[in-house]
Design a protein around this ligand. Structure first.
Ligand code: NIG
Ligand code: FE
Length: 412
């Protein structure tokens, strides 16, 4: 099955293959060609070039006319919590009234509130609620996504979440990676007995998750008021026995050792970083741990943004992701995340596009197959309406510019 995408004003985010991430100054390079076409065969990108060498429509099975729009690789959203029950707009109002995220958590709201609801909700309904969000993010151009557990907080409910994540992968063309986040918060049943809860994660949850092959990665909310670096290290060591690398929540609420423990245990990524220090940036140099900023969370919680310019100046391969979750950022709109990265973290549009595509793919271990327009990569791309330049995408920060989305070469 050959598909020709024709009449592309600009084909952007291209490379010749073999680029697995972009670091530091390389992030300013988001290569593009004008007046382009692209050939897709059986869901894989095979060729692209400028208009002059275009294959004849008779040589292919179908033709998509981009009508002078731009084509970009789909977003690779490397940090989400989109499997959850219900919503938490009451806490949203509490926050407007002045309560901090940490105060809401201390009052038994926050993550524990979502865990109560998830416990009550049958698996089928949990799947249906998550699928509404999946359809939404696909329509907004996301083609690969990481989804975490972490609203179960007991073995049965964590497995329920992870089974829903597996079902999303089976039932959609979205590429899904799954992360076990039993250490998202101490469950109500274990309040005051945090170390016993960590025992439960290590001795019962992780083996059960591994036995069903339900998670690619393991995550810990390593932060002030949540899990310590020592507990994080213990969980990362336990995960490593099952072949799960870490993807750590660190340095959101305070400089709390999250980066250090992530680097020491060769985590694939360390995410949030709103409170990261210059020492943390130095620690990340020459490691294969990808620092991931979540600008939607800073925006929604009115918190500082991660020091993105400093990370790029230090030569790091920074990714950005949505963190879509019911508490700290109920949005998976990666175009808006790209805008926030430009507006609030002072990224150049090219840097933000790389952070949201190839580096996001790298933060999921997927950049050999996703994250750019390259021969041999999965044909996950979107077509914009005709726009004046690529910088218009983050500039027009609420305009729905993404017109058509293709996953594995199929229009969604
Ligand atoms: O990534 N920081 C920890 N966890 C989520 C929030 C989860 C929630 O509030 O439900 C986050 O922001
Ligand atoms: Fe998160």
């Amino acid at each position: 099955m050959k598909l020709l995408v024709n009449n592309i004003a600009t084909l952007a985010g291209i490379d010749g293959g073999g680029v697995l991430k972009k670091s530091g100054a390389e992030m300013a390079q988001f290569d593009a060609i004008d007046q382009a076409w692209m050939l897709v065969e059986d869901g894989i990108i095979t060729e692209f070039d400028t208009e002059k060498d275009r294959p004849a429509p008779a040589e292919v099975d179908s033709v998509v006319d981009a009508h002078g729009g731009m084509v970009l690789p789909c977003w690779c959203d490397s940090h989400t919590h989109i499997v959850y029950a219900g919503s938490r707009e009451r806490e949203f109002v509490d926050k407007i009234n002045g309560l901090s995220y940490a105060e809401i958590a201390r009052r038994g709201g926050g993550i524990l509130n979502s865990a109560d609801r998830l416990h009550e909700l049958p698996e089928q309904q949990l799947y249906e609620q998550a699928m509404e969000r999946v359809r939404e993010v696909i329509s907004k151009g996301t083609g690969a996504i990481e989804i975490k557990s972490g609203y179960g907080l007991n073995t049965q409910d964590e497995l329920k979440m992870l089974r829903v994540i597996a079902r999303i992968q089976e039932s959609t063309p979205l590429r899904v990676v799954s992360t076990f986040l039993g250490a998202h918060a101490v469950s109500r049943a274990y309040v005051g007995r945090q170390s016993e809860y960590v025992d439960l994660i290590v001795d019962e949850m992780l083996p059960a998750v591994a036995a069903e092959g339900l998670a690619n990665y393991v995550d810990v909310f390593c932060d002030q008021g949540f899990f310590t670096p020592e507990e994080t290290a213990r969980i990362l060591e336990a995960g490593a026995k099952y072949g799960m690398r870490g993807k750590i929540h660190g340095q959101e609420l305070a400089p709390s050792g999250g980066v250090e423990v992530a680097v020491r245990h060769r985590a694939l990524s360390v995410d949030h970083l709103e409170s990261m220090t210059d020492e943390d940036i130095a620690l990340l140099r020459d490691t294969d741990t990808i620092p991931t900023a979540l600008p939607g969370t800073s925006f929604f919680l009115n918190m500082p943004f991660a020091p993105a310019r400093k990370m790029i100046a230090a030569g790091l391969p920074m990714a950005i992701a949505s963190d879509y979750n019911p508490g700290s950022t109920p949005s998976g709109d990666m175009k808006f995340v790209v805008s926030l990265a430009c507006i609030k973290m002072r990224l150049q549009p090219a840097e933000a596009f790389n952070a949201a595509t190839i580096n996001g793919a790298a933060a999921m271990g997927l950049s050999g197959e996703y994250g750019s327009i390259a021969p041999g990569k999965v044909a996950n791309f979107f077509i914009t309406r005709p726009i004046s330049s690529i910088d218009f995408i983050p500039y027009a920060y609420t305009t729905p510019i993404i017109d058509r989305v293709f996953l594995v070469g199929q229009e969604q």
